[in-house]
Design a protein around this ligand. Structure first.
Ligand SMILES: Cc1ncc(COP(=O)(O)OP(=O)(O)O)c(N)n1
Ligand SMILES: Cc1ncsc1CCOP(=O)(O)O
Ligand SMILES: [Mg+2]
Length: 211
């Protein structure tokens, strides 16, 4: 079986909130979250650098696994725990630079072919999505559903995996049943009427990740 060729992550990353501000990062760290992502879209590096560096600093202070979405050069510059990249991002990012800087790498996939591409890069984890319909991001493909997710998890064996897309509190147990090591969520937390209660319940279900 293929092994990561990037610094490793725990096999189970647990609850993995994906949020778009330093304020959310700080709140979630204070709530006990240990794996999380700063996902700011469509801004220039100069516009996001102070947020990226503040989030990384917070992640370090709370001894958490903070991934930066897309902005891999800033992630290297400020020494993030890791970077998350999609399939198109893989075409332009300098993976050797990310590896040599000691950052973990997560890669998005949506089907078997994209899993082949991701495995060729041997990242630290592979994200599988979108599992259910989502309002958060326009997706060009159909949701893969639980049966396909379970098939992908079986295919990937011990490789660290993350499920994403439409995962609500109600759906989380069935997603975790597939054996996936982590559930990445946006709206389940950021749109919850009580985000603290939602985070606590999701942490209870998925855990904060292995040490
Ligand atoms: C954990 C996780 N999985 C998937 C994604 C999506 O990444 P990508 O396909 O590059 O799309 P954008 O998030 O950049 O719009 C993610 N961010 N995190
Ligand atoms: C960023 C991303 N990538 C695939 S689905 C998704 C959004 C997930 O958001 P939600 O948890 O609100 O469905
Ligand atoms: Mg991306």
């Amino acid at each position: 079986m293929v092994q990561p060729n990037f610094p490793t992550v725990p096999q189970r990353l647990g609850l993995y909130p994906v949020v778009d501000s330093v304020e959310w990062i700080e709140r979630l760290l204070k709530a006990g979250v240990k794996t999380l992502q700063l996902r700011i879209k469509d801004k220039r590096d100069e516009e996001v650098e102070s947020d990226v560096s503040a989030a990384i600093e917070l992640g370090r202070r709370f001894d958490a696994r903070l991934f930066i979405n897309d902005y891999w050069q800033l992630a290297i510059k400020h020494q993030a725990y890791g970077v998350h990249l999609g399939q198109e991002d893989l075409e332009t990012a300098d993976l050797n630079a990310i590896r040599e800087a000691g950052l973990r790498l997560g890669v998005s996939t949506h089907d078997d072919m994209e899993i082949d591409v991701a495995l060729a890069a041997r990242p630290s984890y592979i994200a599988l999505g979108h599992v259910f319909p989502t309002q958060t991001k326009q997706m060009p493909s159909a949701p893969q559903g639980l049966a396909q997710l379970a098939r992908h998890i079986t295919r990937l064996g011990d490789y660290p995996t993350v499920a994403i897309g439409g995962i609500s509190l109600e759906r989380a147990p069935a997603v975790l049943e597939t054996g996936v090591g982590s559930i990445a969520v946006v709206s389940a937390i950021t749109q919850a009427t009580d985000w603290q209660a939602a985070t606590a319940q999701l942490l209870q279900l998925a855990g904060a990740g292995d040490e």
